[in-house]
Design a protein around this ligand. Sequence first.
Ligand SMILES: C[S@@+](CC[C@H](N)C(=O)[O-])C[C@H]1O[C@@H](n2cnc3c(N)ncnc32)[C@H](O)[C@@H]1O
Length: 205
Amino acid sequence: MKEFWNGRYESSEYAYGTEPNKYFKEILNNYNLEGKILLPGEGEGRNAVYAAKKGLNVFAFDISIEGKKKALKLADKEKVSITYEVGDFLQMSLTNNSFDVAAMIFAHFPPNIISIYHKKIAELVKPDGIIILEGFSKGHFDLQQRNPNAGGPKNVDLLFSIHQIKTDFSNFEILELAEKEIELKEGEFHKGKARVIRFCGRKKV
Ligand SMILES: C[S@@+](CC[C@H](N)C(=O)[O-])C[C@H]1O[C@@H](n2cnc3c(N)ncnc32)[C@H](O)[C@@H]1O
């Protein structure tokens, strides 16, 4: 897995571009989010750098060292500072109830561990804190067969459902939870029609 992502990020191009994910940007702005933000599976840093430019204190991580190098290069170019660790979720020593915001943008993990990761993220967010998630939905599977450029895991078990998100984040008030068909324009690897789950929730006090 690590080799796959390092291979993708070795090129000088940014695989998903350098602009932030649209939904992530929209939520940060609409809710005027501030404070400390956690970005698991952050890849090449497009969302981390955007959040830092908005004044948030960024902690990002990813299993890919190549992702980290590109993220730090982008941060340098945009003259912001981010903290970025390389490693798997369960290797990070993070404090529960310490993040104001956590965002998982196209962070898909194997079915046996995804709920463990989601629950861990839920613990790391402060009461009243916000989770933002955008990921491919199970409904994306057929679209992806027709347009592989849209991206996303090829295994349907790694795709999200509304039911799963509701279950994993049951201690969050739902501010938005919907399956949507959208047009992706994020670099070379997210191009065209896609079906996604968008979730924004506030941790119950
Ligand atoms: C589709 S990319 C999304 C990157 C970024 N969130 C974005 O939207 O630009 C998925 C990312 O998850 C990372 N990843 C996969 N398994 C991981 C794990 N177990 N722990 C941390 N990151 C992981 C990959 O290295 C990759 O950068």
